[in-house]
Design a protein around this ligand. Structure first.
Ligand code: BTN
Length: 327
């Protein structure tokens, strides 16, 4: 490992504390001059490092450069994020992760980008992914659970993501069935899961879980998009560290997906879900329906009572409030 990378890990492992150049030099078995050079190189790459003349160096709380070393220092996982690829730019982290999966990438591999030129949303839509403001992450999983359980992945991931965001900003996060996270009535996060089936076993070969979170900035989106999307900073005035969010997200994903089969997350999903109890419109296979959202069933499907009184469970598609619930 390069000295620069080792110095960055040492700074990250100090978890906001100051660490002296001498201490790093001793720990890494290099000269103090080599540590100093590494710090300068990190600054040139855009890392925010504070120099404290009498005591040493600290990774600034303001640091906004994404890094494998910083994320790794906060991981508590066995597999998730144990291999991380951080990119300055890509078309879509899901596309990148699918290519890696096809060539055998390990369970838990995470691909994270600072900017996506063609971020993908569900139903063929795009996901606007501005530079330096979001977390755009795709995680490769090679699960051994059944296809029935696999259908719960997106809802389970929505709970894990909501808890990760909430733990860092302190503001409560809602879920809009099936895969959107909301804060104060506007979207802060979308999830796109893409799966590959094995023709032989008819089981999941791999799935790529793509999560896009709008984290920083107050005027990130154009006027039209601002009506439906927002950022965590705009809603809470909290500037979450994107590296910490990546780490907490990976920790929560491993925890939640590890017990997906028990379906315990459904109670939390129901508590957070905002369509329930409200009149909705939904698009079911291209057909528009209207009714009232009655709740979430044990398969994470949306139970809808249609205007003619019949009851239907929707497994996918999109549903919207007829009018926004005022609390
Ligand atoms: C949606 O809102 O419909 C889903 C959005 C999913 C966006 C994420 S960002 C990381 C990953 N890469 C993509 O191209 N899409 C997902």
């Amino acid at each position: 490992m390069k000295v620069k990378s080792q110095v960055l890990s040492a700074l990250a492992e100090a978890r906001g504390g100051v660490i002296s150049g001498a201490c790093m030099a001793q720990k890494l078995g290099v000269s103090r001059n080599a540590v100093w050079k590494a710090i300068k190189a990190l600054e040139e790459e855009g890392y925010a490092v504070e120099s404290h003349p009498s005591s040493g160096y600290r990774l600034s709380k303001e640091n906004n450069r994404l890094s494998e070393e910083i994320i790794s220092a906060e991981l508590e996982t066995k597999a998730f994020g144990r291999k991380i690829i951080v990119l300055d730019e890509t078309d879509s982290t899901n596309n990148y992760a699918k290519k890696l999966s096809a060539s055998g990438a390990e369970h838990g591999t995470a691909v994270i980008a600072d900017f996506q030129t063609s971020g993908k949303g569900r139903l063929g839509r795009s996901f606007v992914s501005p530079k330096g403001t979001g977390v755009y992450m795709s995680v490769i999983i090679r699960p051994d659970f059944s296809m029935e359980t696999a259908r719960l992945i997106t809802s389970c991931v929505a709970c894990a993501s909501a808890e990760a965001v909430e733990s860092l900003c302190g503001e409560s996060v809602d879920i809009k069935w099936v895969n959107d996270l909301y804060m104060n009535g506007r979207k802060i996060c979308g999830i796109l899961t893409e799966a590959s089936l094995s023709m032989e076993t008819k089981a999941l070969d791999y799935a790529v879980i793509g999560i896009g979170i709008n984290v920083l900035g107050k005027d990130v989106f154009d006027e039209a998009l601002s009506k439906i999307a927002t950022t965590i900073e705009a809603e809470t005035a909290v500037k979450i560290s994107r590296n910490s969010l990546c780490a907490v997200l990976l920790n929560k994903l491993e925890e939640y997906l590890g017990k997906i089969g028990e379906r315990d997350f459904l109670a939390e999903y129901r508590r957070r879900e905002i369509l329930t109890g409200n009149p909705i419109t939904a698009n079911v296979g291209g057909v528009q329906i209207t009714g009232k959202a009655m709740g979430i069933d044990d398969n994470a499907e949306l139970i809808v009572q249609l205007d003619d009184g019949s009851v239907k469970s929707l497994s996918s598609g999109e549903a919207n409030l007829c009018r926004i619930k005022k609390n």
